[in-house]
Design a protein around this ligand. Structure first.
Ligand code: ADP
Ligand code: MG
Length: 397
């Protein structure tokens, strides 16, 4: 799960991570009045979407940039009206971009230097890792690609925690001395505490800046949270903005389905994550493109299967459905009943390829063959994938 920058700011405040004052607004008028409240000598107006690269992004209406500096509250309102209700395309949004529904107005600060600072879960070392660089700002991807030696990594032992010498190493690597090093050290300790307490999968501050008046401040914030830990993070869950998520995934999460939306046209309904991955690989192998990953799990009910089927069919890109079930704990007749129910309800109009094997397979196959549905049956995984790819091609021709 991700959150917005204005929400991240609340977390920063709670954990004492220094960042400029800011407030969210959903209309231009609100933005202007918030800007007056913040006051001060300079302001920044920032589009709030769950994607980075806003500074260098372009709106579909031609307006350039999702981050603008201004020194006048009225101008802050005008800038907000250019962004609100418009679609912002950045390197991270994909071509379709993201609708901007909120802006954040914050104090602007004078920047002496832009650093990069992130904490992530590293699967390879099985530990949190701190990633930092002196070359922060809007081109960090470029830095990582062309000058990887400028990226510093510090793995943190999950039991020992963040050590003073590790912080000193990072300060040395970033060239931070004296009071800057002191402030950085405090900020990093608090950020690490936040990272652990809130079950983050990543937190990225780009840029973390030093200012001419001697401060270290977080100017941007991107958070990812471990979905499997959300059950014990009610305050984080309250930040969820389903409008920023794939509507298919939002619907699937209501039924506890393990679903990830993709760009292809062959929908998959599979039990078991490994089998679901293998199914997608096989579709690719035969020249097709999966529309989703979907693991209905071992103990799915008929209702969940029907819901899964409705969700994949509601995707306008879907031109065929491949059901691949290897019934172990899952019973093939339950799957069959769910499919039949949903297929009838949705007036299924795309080819349906079914491979059933395992517990209660006879009952399952019988139900399907007597259902009156136009089903293409398959013997095994490859056969099913090949038939799905062919059926979609044939339906197009
Ligand atoms: P993104 O990473 O999505 O492009 P940022 O929040 O990093 O968005 O903003 C882009 C750039 O705008 C930053 O690299 C920084 O130079 C500038 N910026 C952002 N917030 C402020 C601020 N409060 N004061 C001054 N400059 C800012
Ligand atoms: Mg940034």
């Amino acid at each position: 799960m991700n959150i917005h920058e204005y929400q991240a700011k609340e977390l920063f405040e709670r954990f004492d991570v220094a960042s400029p004052k800011g407030q969210v607004a959903s209309t231009a008028e609100e933005a202007e009045s918030v800007a007056r409240e913040i006051g001060g000598s300079g302001l920044v107006v920032k589009a709030q979407v769950h994607a980075g690269g806003r500074g260098k992004g372009t709106f579909k209406n031609g307006f350039q940039g999702g981050v603008h500096l201004t020194d006048c509250p009225q101008k802050a309102g005008e800038l907000s009206s250019q962004m609100l209700g418009q679609v912002l395309v950045t390197k991270q949004t994909g071509e379709e971009g993201r609708m901007v529904r909120k802006v954040m107005i914050a104090e602007s600060v004078d920047i002496e230097h832009e650093y990069y600072l992130a904490i992530l879960m590293d699967r390879q070392s099985c530990s949190p890792v701190i990633v930092a660089s002196t070359e922060g700002g809007m081109d960090i991807e470029e830095v990582a690609e062309s000058t990887p030696e400028k990226i510093i990594r510090q793995e943190i032992h999950p039991l020992a925690g963040l050590q003073a010498y590790e912080i000193r190493n990072l300060c040395a690597g970033l060239g931070l001395k004296g009071d800057f090093a002191k402030q950085f050290s405090k900020l990093l300790k608090n950020l690490y505490r936040l990272f652990l307490s809130c079950d983050c999968s990543m937190v990225e501050i780009n840029p973390l800046v030093s200012t001419p008046d001697g401060k270290i401040l977080a100017l941007d914030a991107k958070f990812g949270f471990d979905d499997n830990a959300l059950y014990r993070q009610p305050e984080i869950v309250a930040y969820r903005d389903t409008e920023e998520e794939d509507p298919r995934e939002v619907a699937a999460s209501e039924y506890d389905l393990n679903y990830i939306g993709l760009d292809g046209n062959i929908a998959c309904l599979v039990n078991g994550a490994g089998l679901a991955m293998a199914t997608m690989d096989n579709i690719k192998h035969f020249g097709g493109d999966p529309a989703n990953f979907l693991d209905v799990g071992g103990g799915a009910t008929q209702e969940q299967v029907a819901a899964a089927f409705r969700i994949i069919l509601a995707d306008p890109k879907v031109e065929g459905v491949l059901v691949n079930i290897f019934g172990g704990i899952m019973q093939c007749d339950i799957i069959a009943k769910g499919i039949i129910e949903a297929a009838k309800e949705t007036n299924l109009s795309v080819p349906l390829i079914v491979r059933l094997e395992g517990t209660n397979v006879k009952e399952g196959r019988k139900l399907i063959s007597e259902s009156g549905l136009d089903v293409i049956t398959a013997e095994d995984l490859s056969d099913a994938a090949e038939k799905a790819v062919q059926a979609v091609k044939a339906a197009r021709a």
